[in-house]
Design a binder for this molecule. Structure first.
Ligand code: HSE
Length: 429
């Protein structure tokens, strides 16, 4: 006999949870028909149960303790939208008793995702987290199901709506960095602490989640070399355009014969790339598989309703399994620490822009630093400036990343250099 209802325990009642409750109400019939039983929220854990909320929570037990919700016998499915590391115990409690979990907690997943997957596998249940990377884009479901047996060579992704919006509006509307950040904040894309967006940390967390599914490797986000977009100037975007590129903050996973190259950094990408058309708050995940070739997943990576729909999609999938009595084999998860290619050894082209004193021999000194580190210049442009300065823009040929960084350090130390080089990698395979 299928259960008369799938009883949901919800942790958190913020923006995404409110969106989820709204979709649950508005799509009630569709959900019931898809699952074979209604989804009913029986318990919600919130920090302050006495506080009034926008969402209609009549008939729902409000509690302060997330572990109590996870342990409650009238909870068949736990949905975690509270965020933070502290909810780990609640997730463990649910998984250990075989209750499936749906979570959007990218931070926790990137720190302890492997542990959570092991707990789920040990009890023959599931943990789903579509909303944690790429927001409303169903890329994790695709990797879990249709693409489960595909072997990927490459994943390149724009995973942060805030920084993509900033770069897009700087490029299109000529705004400077601070104005663009302010606009992104007003539109509600930025994290409460936008440092996570700007430093690339948010992208690294999401990349670590995606590579676990796509490459079956477990990589803590802190071990991914990460650079953000702080310091990017309008002039860099103009120069990118001059050379036929656009600037994006990328999460990259590239399989080489000698290891997996994982990194997060801003990059010049050719305008002909599909990812170049991913603008504003949109996200894009480009994958290249051995059998499938190129694929692009595109959509909204942030916002209450796109994220809530991803949560609902996972909840419906888990609820269908509950109703159908599906149990997963108690198996060890597939993720394993794979061999990594250190960033120092990655070969890449670079864009360099610096300001120097405009006098004889200075260009030769700059070229000397590059040549001394085995970095070869592919294109160069020099503009005469005011106050006896010159602005030099260079594109290099492929070089060892470590060598370019050494050369940049050397150039920055030259007495004739007035503004140290801005160095941005070019992603052009
Ligand atoms: N701050 C994130 C972004 C929200 O800008 O993409 C979604 O994770």
């Amino acid at each position: 006999m299928p259960p008369p209802a799938v009883r949901v325990g919800l942790l958190g009642c913020g923006v995404v949870a409110t969106g989820f409750l709204r979709l649950l109400r508005e799509r009630e019939r569709l959900i019931r028909e898809s699952v074979g039983a209604p989804l009913i929220v029986t318990r919600v854990a919130v920090r302050d149960p006495a506080k009034r909320r926008g969402a209609d929570l009549s008939g729902v037990a409000l509690e302060a303790d997330p572990v109590a919700v996870a342990a409650a016998t009238d909870v068949d499915l736990l949905i975690e939208l509270a965020g933070g590391e502290a909810v780990f115990d609640a997730l463990r409690t649910a998984l250990e008793r075989g209750v499936p979990v749906v979570t959007a907690n990218k931070h926790l997943l990137s720190l302890r995702g492997e542990e959570l997957e092991r707990l789920a596998a040990a009890s023959g249940t599931t943990i789903r987290y579509e909303a944690s990377a790429g927001g409303g884009i169903p890329v994790l479901q695709a990797l879990e199901h249709g693409l489960r047996t595909e072997r990927f060579q490459l994943l390149v992704a724009i995973l942060n709506g805030t920084t993509n919006y900033i770069l897009s509006t700087m490029e299109r509307d000529g705004r400077d960095f601070a104005e663009a950040l302010d606009a992104a904040r007003k539109l509600g894309f930025a994290e409460s602490d936008p440092t996570l967006d700007l430093t690339g940390a948010d992208t690294a967390e999401k990349l670590s989640i995606l590579v676990r599914r796509a490459f079956r490797v477990s990589v803590p986000h802190a071990s991914i070399p990460t650079e953000g977009i702080i310091g990017m100037e309008q002039e860099d975007l103009r120069q990118a355009d001059r050379f036929g590129y656009t600037v994006k903050l990328l999460g990259i996973a590239l399989r080489h014969s000698d290891g997996l190259d994982l990194r997060v950094h801003p990059a010049f990408i050719p305008k002909r790339y599909l990812l170049a058309s991913v603008r504003d708050e949109f996200n894009g995940v480009y994958l290249r598989g051995e059998a499938t070739g190129s694929m692009l997943f595109y959509g909204k990576g942030a916002g209450a309703l796109p994220t809530a729909q991803a949560v609902l999609g996972d909840a419906v999938a888990a609820a269908r399994e509950i109703v159908g009595g599906v149990r997963y084999p108690r198996a060890a998860p597939e993720a394993e620490p794979g061999k990594r290619l250190p960033l120092d050894e990655v070969r890449t082209k670079y864009y360099l822009r610096l300001i120097v004193e405009d006098r004889p021999g200075v260009l030769a000194q700059v070229a000397g630093c590059l040549g001394g580190s085995r970095v070869s210049v592919a294109q160069m442009f020099q503009a005469e400036g005011i106050r006896g300065e010159a602005s030099i823009t260079m594109l290099t040929h492929d070089a060892r990343d470590r060598d370019v960084r050494d050369a940049v350090k050397g150039i920055a130390g030259l007495p004739a250099v007035r503004k140290a080089p801005r160095a941005v990698r070019i992603f052009d395979l």
